[in-house]
Ligand binder design. Structure first.
Ligand SMILES: Cc1cc2nc3c(=O)[nH]c(=O)nc-3n(C[C@H](O)[C@H](O)[C@H](O)COP(=O)(O)OP(=O)(O)OC[C@H]3O[C@@H](n4cnc5c(N)ncnc54)[C@H](O)[C@@H]3O)c2cc1C
Length: 459
């Protein structure tokens, strides 16, 4: 999976969607998520041309008691995009138009295309995830986030949504018209309807200077607040078993963009990803090597550096990302240092697994969206990642228990096991969302496995 620094995706990122020849509305399809751990065989694949067609498809499904699931790029690790029956692919709804500082974007547009179109208009978004292959619908379906202690998730910048509800009605949602549903639909888990278009508030395009410093783990934790508050954006990577934290800071700059370094060329070529994939394979076969292997990889590959580039290009990951699994939780920011230390202890003390992937720590400002993991609290996102499929469940369970100590809210698109009672306890506006879901989709047209689990009746 990869994108080059210039923005051209390498094809390995695309989850495998196999359509039968000429099939527009018919079967013969397998959809797999990004790491191919989840597979669905929808009964029908719909690729509507516009919102009217989405409306007709949903209305017929409601009449027939069928289910329809809108999906984006199927990147999610959780079963949030589980397809129990028919699927809606919105790749035809991919237009981007700009009016002043507002961009109106089709929900099937991919972030990489949105970023490029905005840049051509001298505009930018303000919060950037690590990849740009998500569709806008999927991005806001799961509350996808980037990093930056002062910047909320992208969903906070939505000014208006067009949504087809569970009865096939096309509704325009904004702060004046249907404010409650508008607010909730900005992180919607695919539960409230099909988003067909989104209006986003943008900012003038800007460049960022990235600075990477490898800092002693305890020293970096002691200075955590200074890193987060003193920079526009900040993230931490931890190579398991290393005694360093990789501290990445990003600040707005007018400095000239830096030319590609050899390392960046190596990353963008896809070769570094292949080398890393080989290292991961070795650590899976010989887990006991992992504690020595990863610090060695860090010493050889990661060096302090400074780079300047366009904001969206510099924050996203430029190289090939080897297949791996992720779980991630948002916890109150003030508990970040303690929780990061807890994560290190967990990894170092575990005997049942050897965690063999970079762990990630990011920061996001509070928002006012009912089911956003950052709802109502400035948050630190801790990502537990591993490329060992066999031991991932054990690691993720321990990680989840650790995060529960901090009232961690799971990322909807990543692996988690929390049930309805636990989710309800974590979200003060859970009942409001459940009521809106009932009103917007009274027949459960958009229901699937994950929604059944987290909205199961709680007594
Ligand atoms: C390599 C990799 C890196 C990642 N990096 C990050 C990161 O940096 N930050 C982060 O927060 N997450 C990250 N993720 C997770 C990813 O952003 C989310 O899983 C995101 O939802 C994927 O978008 P998608 O288009 O694939 O959506 P899908 O996985 O296809 O769908 C996700 C949800 O959105 C719903 N949905 C999709 N389209 C619509 C629509 N039009 N209307 C209504 N509902 C819709 C689906 O029904 C489903 O519930 C990463 C994932 C991968 C594989």
């Amino acid at each position: 999976m990869a994108e080059s620094q210039q923005g051209g995706p390498l094809d390995d990122i695309e989850p495998r969607l196999m359509l039968g020849a000429g099939s527009q509305d018919t079967m013969v399809t397998t959809i797999r998520n990004w790491d191919r751990t989840l597979t669905w065989r929808p009964t029908t694949v719909h690729r509507p041309a516009d919102a009217d067609e989405v409306s007709r498809i949903v209305a017929v499904a409601a009449e027939q008691g069928r289910r329809v699931k809108p999906v984006g790029s199927s990147l999610s690790w959780s079963d949030v995009a589980d397809i129990p029956d028919q699927v809606l692919q919105l790749d035809n709804l991919n237009s981007v138009s700009v009016d002043g500082m507002l961009a109106r974007v089709g929900a099937g547009a991919k972030l990489r295309d949105v970023n490029e179109s905005l840049a051509a208009h001298g505009l930018s978004l303000e919060n950037f995830g690590s990849i740009t292959m998500q569709t806008l619908g999927g991005y806001i379906g799961t509350g996808t986030h980037g990093t930056g202690g002062r910047t909320p998730i992208l969903s906070s910048f939505i000014e208006e949504l067009e949504l087809v509800d569970g009865l096939g009605r096309i509704r325009t949602l904004n702060r004046e018209s249907e404010p409650e549903l508008f607010s909730a639909a900005r992180v919607n888990l695919g539960a409230l309807g099909v988003i067909t278009a989104v209006s986003l508030r943008c900012v003038p395009s800007f460049d960022l200077e990235e600075r990477l410093e490898l800092i002693d783990f305890d020293t970096a934790l002691a200075d955590l607040d200074a890193y987060v508050d003193g920079n526009d954006y900040c993230k931490l990577w931890w190579m398991p078993y290393s005694d360093k934290l990789q501290v990445y800071t990003f600040n707005r700059t007018d400095k000239p963009r830096t030319p590609f370094t050899m390392q960046e060329r190596f990353d963008a070529s896809g070769l570094s990803g292949r080398v890393f994939t080989g290292i991961l394979e070795l650590s899976r076969r010989r887990p006991n090597l992992t504690p020595r292997l990863f610090p060695a990889v860090e010493r050889r590959t990661f060096r302090d550096h400074v780079r300047v580039d366009r904001s969206d290009r510099i924050i996203r990951y430029a190289g090939t990302i080897p297949k791996h699994q992720e779980t991630e939780y948002a916890i109150p920011r003030e508990q970040a240092a303690e929780a990061i230390e807890g994560m290190r202890r967990l990894v170092l003390s575990a005997s049942a697994y050897k965690v063999n992937f970079t762990q990630e720590v990011r920061f996001v400002a509070a928002d006012d969206i009912a089911m956003s993991p950052a709802s109502g609290r400035d948050s630190c996102y801790l990502g537990g990642y591993t490329s060992n499929l066999r031991t991932a469940p054990a690691y993720f369970l321990d990680f989840e228990q650790l995060m529960a100590q901090y009232r961690g809210r799971p990322h909807w698109g990543k692996s988690f096991n929390r049930d309805a009672r636990q989710i309800r306890d974590l979200y003060p506006r859970y009942d409001e969302f459940a009521r809106l879901r009932q009103q917007s989709d009274p027949q459960g047209v958009f229901g699937n496995r994950l929604l059944e689990r987290i909205f199961a009746p709680v007594t």
